[in-house]
Design a protein around this ligand. Structure first.
Ligand SMILES: [Fe+2]
Length: 244
């Protein structure tokens, strides 16, 4: 007989080949990620359960979440202490930011204190809803300043659909692409899923991130850890996560 309780799947450690999750929002109450310490701990435990052994924490820095790097550094230290006390097993490796190139990004550029991945990569994102002017030029300027620019979840920007010249131009310009693993399971809908797989086939994807925000994402990660196509994808391609 069908039993509702049997629906609670055990996590499968399919992300072990990646080693490091390099995109998540697990400092509580600083953006639209974890809302409380318990949520942070639950998500960290899930990342470990699905196979990651390290995680880099990447809160939003945007016009909406106009976070301050020093304040975030203090809260990051508190998260590490919390995780320690809660017996979290995943290594909280380092802190970076996910910087949205939007209306107030110029203020950050004028006084750069960017929190980078591996002291090298700047994780950026675009507006999810509208194509803001000057974005490509900003990326170019960042590269001229010596930043290695990663674009978070390129598959999630509907205005970049279909994959066309602009995506190719960003790739040719040396922008790294980071696809969200949950896109591969259809978490954001059929189109982002299709685009994510297309980008992988094109050889355009250097990084995979979970972009975990809260326990709903954690449950989706456990579900997707049973997706064979995703497991094969993780094994098939060479990603740079391990180098972080
Ligand atoms: Fe994110």
């Amino acid at each position: 007989m069908f039993n509702l309780f049997q629906r609670k799947l055990k996590a499968n450690p399919i992300f072990a080949p990646l080693g490091t999750d390099m995109h998540c929002h697990l400092i509580a109450r600083v953006d639209d990620g974890a809302k409380c310490d318990e949520e942070s701990v639950e998500c960290l435990n899930t990342l470990k359960a699905v196979g990651y052994n390290k995680v880099i924490i990447t809160p939003h820095f945007s016009s909406r979440f106009f976070n301050d790097e020093e304040d975030i550094q203090r809260r990051y230290a508190a998260l590490r202490q919390l995780a320690d006390e809660a017996g979290v097993e995943i290594e909280i490796h380092s802190l970076a930011g996910e910087y949205r190139i939007d209306e107030r990004f110029g203020e950050r550029l004028a006084n750069p204190r960017f929190l980078k991945l591996a002291d090298k990569y700047l994780l950026t994102e675009f507006s999810l809803h509208q194509n803001l002017p000057g974005v490509d030029e900003t990326i170019f300027n960042l590269q001229m300043e010596g930043y290695e620019v990663i674009l978070a979840h390129p598959e999630r920007y509907p205005y970049l659909n279909p994959i066309g010249d602009r995506m190719e131009q960003l790739k040719n310009q040396g922008v790294y692409f980071q696809v969200n693993v949950l896109s591969l399971g259809g978490f954001y809908g059929a189109e982002p899923k299709r685009r994510a797989y297309q980008m992988l086939e094109n050889g355009w994807v250097e990084f995979i991130g979970t972009d975990t925000h809260n326990p709903m994402y954690a449950r989706a990660l456990i579900d997707i850890s049973h997706d064979r196509k995703v497991a094969r994808t993780i094994e098939k391609y060479e990603f740079l996560n391990k180098t972080l």
